[in-house]
Design a protein around this ligand. Structure first.
Ligand SMILES: *Cc1c(COP(=O)(O)O)cnc(C)c1O
Length: 460
């Protein structure tokens, strides 16, 4: 006999629990009204299942908590730093490991050191903080994802790939002297958590080397990306996620990392690189705003949590469960005819709210309306990635809508179980069946920049 289970179970048992808060529809109506219909302004206590983000929301393991108790809080040369450095280096192989309090600090320090005004940084798709840090240097952040990566319903195994022809054309057009570095984001967060293939990374690396342009990886979800390579790319099925990650980093000259993602930690990040001169410049910047180079912006116990978390994120049982939970929700929604970005990515399901709610025009923010409905119906918090986030004002006072009206359901790592996902699917099916009752919204008040965080809405 050989038992071949069909069910992929959570690869952990629960040692410590945190109750979630059930509310009545009436309580949710009041809570949402008080939040100006902006889910960012809700109290987390009024949320039953929180899928606002997968950043910093992971459940830590007993091994991580155990490590934290051993955190060495020495200002300089702490034992915890050397553990952290060894852990990062065993995966990335980079020479200089610089701890930062989160990913954006690594970005600010790197771009601050190497970007000049009018420079261009190509990437498959810049994450918003990456773009903002490049633009803060008066340089341009240019997105060059393959055409398939911009079509939500189209299947492609590596929708995060960079368009290599457009990359070469960009380098020829701009000239290598105005490109301080090229970057690839793995997985591509802005594009649906879609992976990049090893072949794409290898080819990009060769192109960059031929022009002597440094090549960096935005590595926030390097473990999830490695898992997709193992599943989908020829020649990698028998390699471990660690071996795949090591190969991936071997093609690069450095990386930026938010340990709030695949570091399985609640805070932390790093910048890692090989070049001695750049590393010295970055460490000087680090001391100005983050801290001494052996702690950056992190406590000793944070360094411990990340040192352990990075390797836990590469465990096969964990990655299988993680990617499957997301795929499972995607399958339930697809079977019910709910349009989503396909295939599902590594950290989230993205619902195409524009297609689900055709009666709501972009000017009435269908993705925001869907987020509100999902909260009112089921206490679930998702995030709008549509015209509230990316709409641009036109000269005549109207607004240019975003390319897509998406609702992102981002999964915190190791936090929810299959019954939570079943509940989610039920809630979404209910909302979809009653789609015509979902009403459009308008913005009542907005801040001049990054309005999605604080805007107030009303029903049309
Ligand atoms: C989260 C994220 C960042 C920024 O990291 P923070 O820790 O939030 O500052 C950068 N790039 C990508 C792809 C991310 O997902």
């Amino acid at each position: 006999m050989s038992f071949q289970p069909q069910t992929i179970i959570e690869p952990f048992r629960i040692k410590s629990v945190e109750p979630i808060s059930f509310t009545t529809p009436e309580q949710r109506t009041i809570a949402l009204e008080q939040a100006g219909y902006n889910l960012f302004l809700l109290k987390a206590n009024d949320v039953l299942i929180d899928l606002l983000t997968d950043s910093g929301t992971s459940a830590m393991s007993a091994a991580q908590w155990g490590g934290m108790l051993q955190g060495d809080e020495s200002y300089a040369g702490a034992r915890s730093f050397y553990k952290f450095e060894e852990s990062v280096r065993s995966i990335t192989g980079f020479k200089h490991i610089i701890p930062t309090h989160q990913g954006r600090a690594a970005e600010r320090i790197l771009f601050g050191a190497v970007c000049k005004p009018d420079d261009v940084v190509p990437n498959n798709a810049h994450f918003d903080t990456t773009r903002a840090n490049i633009e803060a240097c008066h340089a341009e952040a240019r997105d060059l994802v393959i055409a398939e990566g911009r079509q939500p319903g189209l299947y492609h195994p590596f929708k995060g790939n960079i368009d290599l022809d457009r990359l070469c054309a960009t380098i020829e057009e701009i000239g290598p002297e105005r490109i301080p570095l090229c970057m690839i984001t793995a997985t591509n967060n802005s594009g649906g958590g879609q992976p990049v293939s090893m072949a794409n990374i290898r080819a990009m690396s060769e192109i960059c080397r031929s022009y002597k342009i440094p090549f960096f990886i935005d590595a926030c979800r390097f473990a999830e990306n490695s898992w997709f390579i193992k599943q989908r790319e020829e020649g990698y099925a028998d390699k471990t996620p660690l071996e795949i990650a090591q190969e991936l980093f071997s093609y690069a000259d450095g990386c930026t990392m938010s340990a709030k993602k695949d570091g399985l930690a609640n805070i932390g990040g790093f910048l890692a690189l090989n070049d001695d001169t750049w590393a010295e410049q970055c460490r000087n910047q680090l001391i100005l705003t983050e801290g001494f180079p052996t702690y950056g912006g992190m406590a000793g116990y944070d360094l411990e949590a990340v040192a352990v978390g990075l390797h836990e994120a590469l465990q096969e049982d964990y990655l299988r469960y993680r990617v499957r939970s997301i795929e499972y929700l995607g399958e339930r929604l697809t079977e019910a005819g709910i349009p989503i970005v396909l295939p599902t990515g590594g950290h989230a399901v993205y619902i195409d709210a524009g297609a689900l709610l055709p009666h709501i025009p972009s000017s009435q923010y269908p993705a925001q309306a869907l987020c509100m409905a999902l909260y009112l119906v089921a206490g679930v918090r998702a995030v709008e990635i549509g015209s509230v986030m990316f709409g641009k004002p036109r000269a005549d006072g109207s607004e240019e809508p975003a390319a897509l009206e998406l609702v992102r359901l981002a999964f915190p790592r190791r936090v929810y179980t299959q019954s939570h996902v079943d509940y989610l699917a039920e809630a979404l099916l209910y909302v979809a069946q009653n789609a015509e009752q979902v009403q459009g919204v308008r913005i009542e008040w907005q801040a001049p920049a990054l309005r999605h965080f604080t805007a107030r809405f009303a029903f049309v």
